[in-house]
Structure formats: C-alpha cells, structure tokens
Design a binder for this molecule. Structure first.
Ligand code: HEM
Length: 402
C-alpha cells in the first residue's frame, strides 16, 4: 500500500491500539480505502465528529432500538430467502447470502424499494468493495478506477433517496426512524446539520462495513453445518425449541425473546469467527509521534492489528485448532482475557453493528434450518483470502426442502 506500517499481534499490543486516541492512534484507513469510502467516513473521523456520527449510528443499532425491529427484520429475511430459494435445489450460497444481507440492510436502513435500481446498487457495491485495497491508480481499466466510477453511481442513488426524504419530511414530518431520518435530523454541537457529502460517505461506509462481513459469517456457518453433524444436531435442537416457542403464540411471529433463546447458535458463530475472522484485521494510523513497549512509532505510520494472532494462541484459547463453541459459554472456565477475542475490534471504535449482525445471522440460520437441509457439492471446499475469507467456489449446495 506504500505506507510504512507497524503490525500488532498480541494482547498488550491490541490493548494499546484499541484504547483510543489518547495513545496517538487514530482510525484512518489506507489512502485507497479513504478515497473509496470518502473523507467523511466514520473510519476517517476522530474526536467530537467521530463521536457525533457514532452516536447517531448507535441510536439505531443499539440492542434496545433493534428490539423494536425484530419483526420487520424477520419479515424481510423470510421474504428475500423464500423468494430466492423457491423451487431451487442447487444454490450458490455465497451469492445468495450477499443478495439477502444487502437487500435486508438497504430496506431497513434506507427504505430502498425492490427493483432494478437495488439490483444495480448491489453490483456497484461489489465493484466498490474490490477497490478498497487496490492500487490507487485512477485511470480507465484499473480496479480502483472502476470502484470510483461505481461509487459515483451509488452516490447518485443515495443522494436522490436523501433529497426525496428531505422533501417528504418538509411537507409532512413523519416519525420514521431509519438511518436516513436519524442522519437528516442530526445536529452537531453548533446546532448545524451534517453536509450531504458527510451523510453520503457514512451511508456507503455502513453498507460496505456490514455487507461482506455478515455474508462471510453466514457462508462459514452454512458450510460448517454441512460438515459437522454434532454441531448441526445441536443447532437444530435449539432451533426446534425456538419454532415451538413461536408456534405457541397466536400471531406466530418471532420476537426478541426468541432471538435470546438462540444462545448456542450464536456461540457457533463466535467460534467460527475465532477460527476465521471475517475481518482479518484493520488499519489505523499514528496521529502523532507515539511509542509502544519501547518502540517508537512516528506520526503518519500506519498501524495494523491482526485478530488471528490472539485467536490462535494456545495460551489464550486451549487447543486453538479445535472447533469448540462451548468456549463461549458464560460459565466456561476457559473464559478469555480482554483484547484477545477481537473479530469486531475493541474499545471506542468497536464495531457498532455487532447486534444487528447477530440478529440477522440468527434469523437467516433459523429460517434456513427450519425449512431446509443441505449438502455441499464440493467436499471440504477451501476458504480463500482475496483478502476476505470466502469459500473458494462460492459454496454450491444441494438443498432439500423439509
Ligand atoms: C459479522 C459481521 C461483522 C464483523 C465481523 C465486523 C467487524 C468489524 C471490525 C473488525 C471493525 C473495525 C474495528 C476497528 O478497527 O477498531 C468494524 C467497524 C465497523 N463496523 Fe463492523 N463488522 C460486522 C458487521 C457490521 C454491521 C452489520 C455494520 C452496520 C450495520 C457494521 C458497521 C461498522 C462500522 C460503521 C464500523 C466503524 C466503527 C468506528 O470506526 O467507530 N459492521 N467492524
């Protein structure tokens, strides 16, 4: 990437990197990602502006708020899943999960209607994501150029969406509480609204931050269930209890209390993220001269933290290569120390989407296991990092309707 970079790999280093800007480490990405996401992206912000944008996101993404949306997320998941799977018995699961997570997110966050515009947007986000770590050469034919062109098209769609909402709100103020409304109503400490470009950069960041990471976790989950009968039967057993609980109610609708019942299913997800973190690590930047453990880190140096170094340390996670979701039971003796299990990062910049990812993953796994079983077409399909850890052939499976 052309930047001098310090790599951190242990608990003490993670604590230093994640503990906030007092240590001289800020959130900035490498130059390419900063251009693709935009200079106002939450990843680029620090101090009070970071707090302002983060608090706005959290007002929508915190568990207390998301509880109100469980019914809506569940309907969106079911609609997308069954629409895509109806009548099919051979499915590429990676592509399917990409489509479903993208459509659910765009509907819930932005109220974006179904149609060709949404499909084109998904294509463009795929192109933009490929450009995140490309060489920043903005000439026709390069990955970066294509990413910037796709970003321009995405900007047009999202700007139109924002402007329409602004007009609607002017004519008839509503109580809408999606992300667009949250950002349009947001005021800084001087009472000023955010500029259109600031909102836009953060919408793009939000979709990019949520899309591949959640798709990877779902793909790993679906892949694992087809190869590990013990885990499959444990997950199925828990999901059958959830089905009973939902069916015992008159309206037959899944609620927050049922999400809370899916504890083991989430532990399986946690263990999958320990072994294969969807985000291998992330870049930050030294905002001033600083030092760690006697080593100087000059201002401007990039800092990169790596999740697997602690996730696979046998002094932290006993028998680290063993797949064992029980490590995450709250009663577990082998509870891990802070700053060692970091699939979502840690500290003031810890991923704000954890709870949304948890709900979405649990609902998709719930409806898949309730309605289908599946077998992998490619035995032991490898995971390839390019740089994100996806099943190498897109995870084709044979579906069996229950
Ligand atoms: C399994 C799913 C996910 C994983 C593994 C994941 C992982 C991460 C990681 C590693 C970071 C960087 C933390 C750092 O460098 O300090 C991050 C930040 C972020 N994530 Fe996620 N994420 C996931 C889902 C989501 C979702 C669903 C959303 C949005 C709804 C989201 C939005 C963000 C945002 C906005 C940031 C930047 C936070 C800040 O700088 O304050 N992520 N995520």
């Amino acid at each position: 990437m052309g930047s001098k970079t310090v790599v951190f790999t242990g608990q003490a280093g993670n604590r230093f990197v994640f503990s906030g800007s007092d240590n001289g480490i800020a959130g900035n990405q490498v130059a390419t990602a900063a251009k693709v996401l935009g200079k106002h992206s939450i990843f680029e912000l620090s101090g009070s502006r970071h707090k302002l944008v983060r608090n706005a996101l959290m007002s929508f993404l915190k568990p207390e708020s998301l509880q109100r949306f469980v019914g809506e997320i569940d309907s969106l998941v079911q609609k997308q899943l069954f629409q895509e799977l109806d009548g099919k018995d051979l499915v590429q699961m990676v592509g399917l999960m990409k489509k479903i997570t993208f459509k659910v997110t765009c509907s819930l966050f932005f109220g974006l209607p179904e149609g060709p515009e949404k499909d084109a947007l998904l294509e463009d986000f795929t192109i933009v994501t490929k450009g995140l770590w490309a060489v920043p050469l903005n000439v026709p034919g390069t990955i970066f150029y294509r990413a910037m062109q796709a970003r321009a098209r995405i900007s047009q769609v999202l700007t139109k969406l924002m402007q329409n909402r602004q007009k609607e709100e002017k004519n008839k103020p509503s109580q809408k509480n999606d992300i667009i409304s949250v950002f349009l109503r947001l005021r800084d400490e001087d009472g000023e609204p955010l500029q259109e470009e600031e909102i836009l950069d953060n919408f793009i960041t939000l979709i990019i931050g949520s899309h591949d990471t959640t798709t990877i976790l779902l793909s790993l989950f679906i892949r694992h269930l087809s190869t590990d009968p013990k885990t499959r039967s444990e997950v199925l057993q828990e999901q059958e209890e959830v089905v009973k609980s939902v069916e015992a109610r008159d309206d037959g609708k899944l609620r927050w209390s049922e999400i809370q019942m899916m504890k083991h299913t989430w532990r399986v997800a946690q263990e999958l993220m320990r072994l294969t973190p969807p985000a291998f690590g992330n870049f930050k930047c030294a905002s001033r001269d600083t030092s760690f453990d006697g080593f100087d880190i000059p201002k401007g140096y990039k800092v990169f933290w790596v999740a697997s170094a602690t996730h696979m340390d046998d002094k932290i996670f006993e028998d680290p290569n063993k797949f064992d979701p029980s490590r995450f039971e709250s009663s577990s003796k082998s509870s891990y120390p802070p700053y060692t299990y970091i699939p979502f990062g840690a500290g003031p910049r810890i991923c704000p989407g954890i709870e949304f990812a948890r709900i979405e993953v649990l609902l998709i796994i719930h409806h898949l296991t309730k309605n289908y079983s599946w077998t992998s077409i490619i035995k032991d399909e490898p995971i390839r990092r390019e740089p994100l850890p996806y099943p190498a052939m897109g995870l084709p499976v044979k579906l069996h309707k229950k």
